[in-house]
Design a protein around this ligand. Structure first.
Ligand code: ZN
Length: 277
């Protein structure tokens, strides 16, 4: 799943490749996929996009959106997006293929499930809309308005609701684009155990958590995303997580304790019992 660092990278790469190009070919729903959601049906996509010029791309949390004149093309966090230069061999399966006037292509394929939504922003009615609006309207975790003051307000609300560190940071779109994938290293760098009730944290630990949220995600973005994800060109990211299925059961490189994997709140958590008490 794309999370904030990878979505930002893909939006930037879209602006470097397809922005300004005219769409000369549209194929939506070519390879049937049960868990791909199209807005108003895949068959409506050609009429919505053909002949139009690709505008600016944005990321909202883990979502990527492209402005295409009077419509928006929105990709959910479970969608792989790839750019193919003119003449490159295209993949045989895809849920959306856009051909462009320089013979390059943009291809979207859905992993487990995901939305590829093309809609008019003036009359967008969808069950996905509340999720989209939250992702879009809240301060972006890697943006300038994700300040310590803003974090403190979120923290106080979550502390009052007796939330754990994991529930606070990575559930219910509390911070759009911060999900279970990036959570583990954020808490590792902060020295906070995922099950800690955040109301029990000291002022210093609260600061460490804010600092680690921003610094860890920045490092992931600077390294091209996590190594489990790929960018628009299909290159894997260069960020190797400290905590993942690959390091569980091995020694922590900071303290030597054995990294633990557990199930918690409908997902896996990883932590170092030495560094995260
Ligand atoms: Zn450790």
């Amino acid at each position: 799943m794309l999370e904030a660092p990878e979505a930002r990278i893909i939006a930037r790469q879209l602006n470097q490749t397809v922005k300004g190009r005219t769409i000369t070919y549209v194929s939506a729903g070519y390879t049937p996929h049960k868990f791909t959601w199209y807005h108003e049906g895949a068959e409506s996509y050609e009429a919505k996009m053909l002949g139009k010029v690709v505008g600016e791309a944005h990321s909202y949390g883990g979502l990527v959106e492209i402005e295409i004149e009077d419509v928006r093309l929105l990709f959910g966090d479970g969608v792989n997006l790839r750019y193919y230069a003119a003449g490159a061999k295209l993949p045989p399966k895809h849920q959306l293929l856009l051909g462009l006037d320089d013979e390059s292509c943009l291809v979207a394929s859905v992993r487990m499930y995901g939305g590829i939504m093309c809609f008019s922003p003036e009359n967008f009615e969808s069950t996905f809309k509340p999720y989209y609006e939250k992702a879009r309207n809240k301060p972006q975790v890697l943006g300038n308005d994700f300040t310590k003051d803003y974090f403190d307000r979120l923290f106080d609300d979550a502390a009052a609701a007796k939330k754990s560190a994991k529930a606070f940071l990575a559930t219910g779109q509390s911070i759009p684009g911060l999900g279970n994938g990036v959570l583990q290293d954020i808490l590792y760098n902060a020295g906070v155990h995922p099950k800690t009730k955040i109301a029990t944290l000291s002022e210093e630990q609260r600061y460490a958590m804010y600092d680690s949220t921003v610094a860890t995600l920045r490092e992931m973005e600077a390294k091209g995303g996590r190594n489990s994800e790929s960018d628009l060109y299909g290159n894997s990211g260069g960020y190797v997580p400290y905590l993942s299925k690959d390091t569980a059961g091995h020694e922590c490189i900071r303290c030597g304790a054995i990294i633990i994997k557990e199930n918690y709140m409908g997902g896996s958590i990883y932590y170092c019992p030495g560094c995260q008490r």
